[in-house]
Design a protein around this ligand. Structure first.
Ligand code: 8YV
Length: 296
């Protein structure tokens, strides 16, 4: 059975896969007959790509979010899809809190202030004044594994946590109007695409902060950029609608903290994700049930 990967993965589990062909380009420049397992790392796998892999039977996605894989198209061709849930919740929650703190305490601006030798008096100037986390309200959109981990951390900082989810909680519009910080923790699906629309962004209070460690396209990105350029709100963004493209207008703004999709990027978590992916591939090779098969 032939395994191909868009990239080598970190961690010891990777060595347990037999004979992996590393693809030089994605999508491949010509059809790859004989490839039955594809290890997909930040790779779009749609009907067109599937056409280049006529013998494919498994797409093993490196990550919990599998919006880049057309699961319905895979299913039509009898191709299974797996992901890596449960092992990156803490890492993503940590980054979320890092972005909350960075935005609310002006961490990046303060760092720049020191590096640019602008610290001339005993203590920082008014523009570096932040806002307390303690006593402020955090609204979580999505309360699954990652959202729950964020809630635990935020409560430890003294934040009041409210949440919205498909099956209940506070209605989304009400939540947006009530929070100091809103953080997104839903998968990107047809239902959540553009969920935080221009109209909904306008519900955020002056001085509120939006944090996104989920997927860029959950928010109307143009509308978000407009809000940020106006200076009405701030944001901590780890994800963007069309990565690695980051809207130019964000780059010079003091009220935005930007990171390059590093929510799961720790040594331990990436190794655990590799372990989970390899376990799925090995189960497939043995003809056993797949531990993390996803459905459309
Ligand atoms: C990246 C993620 O996809 O798991 C997810 O859904 O967004 C991240 O973990 C992963 O890091 C791909 O390299």
């Amino acid at each position: 059975m032939k395994i191909a990967a868009t990239q080598e993965l970190p961690g010891p589990a990777w060595g347990e896969l037999p004979d992996v062909a590393l693809l030089q380009t994605w999508p491949p420049t010509e059809p790859l007959p004989g490839v039955e397992v594809l290890v997909a790392v930040v790779a779009r796998v749609g009907a067109e790509e599937l056409g280049l892999l006529p013998d494919l039977r498994l797409v093993a996605n490196y990550g919990v979010g599998y919006d880049s894989v057309d699961v319905a198209a895979c299913r039509k061709r009898g191709i299974a899809v797996t992901n890596t849930p449960g092992v990156l919740d803490a890492a993503v929650a940590d980054l979320t809190l890092a972005l909350v703190l960075a935005c609310r305490r002006q961490l990046v601006a303060a760092d720049r202030f020191v590096r640019e030798a602008r610290w001339r008096r005993g203590w920082a100037r008014p523009e570096l004044l932040g806002r307390d986390l303690a006593g402020s309200t955090l609204g979580l959109v999505g309360m699954g594994r990652i959202g729950s981990e964020v809630a635990r951390r935020a409560e430890a900082f003294g934040m009041r946590v409210i949440h919205h989810r498909r099956s209940g909680g506070v209605p989304l519009d009400e939540l947006l109007a009530a929070v100091d910080v809103v953080s997104l923790h839903v998968p990107l699906t047809a239902e959540t695409h553009g969920l935080v629309s221009r109209e909904r962004l306008a519900l955020l209070r002056e001085g509120a902060t939006l944090v996104n460690t989920a997927r860029g396209a959950i928010v109307d990105e143009d509308a978000l950029v407009d809000e940020l350029v106006s200076g009405r709100i701030s944001a901590g963004l780890d994800v963007f609608a069309d990565e690695p493209y980051v809207p130019e207008r964000l780059l010079g703004l003091p009220n935005v903290v930007l990171t390059p999709h590093v929510g799961s990027a720790t040594v331990e978590t990436r190794a655990a994700m590799t372990r989970a992916l390899v376990d799925n591939v090995l189960a497939f090779l043995r003809g056993e049930p797949l531990p993390n098969e996803v459905s459309a």
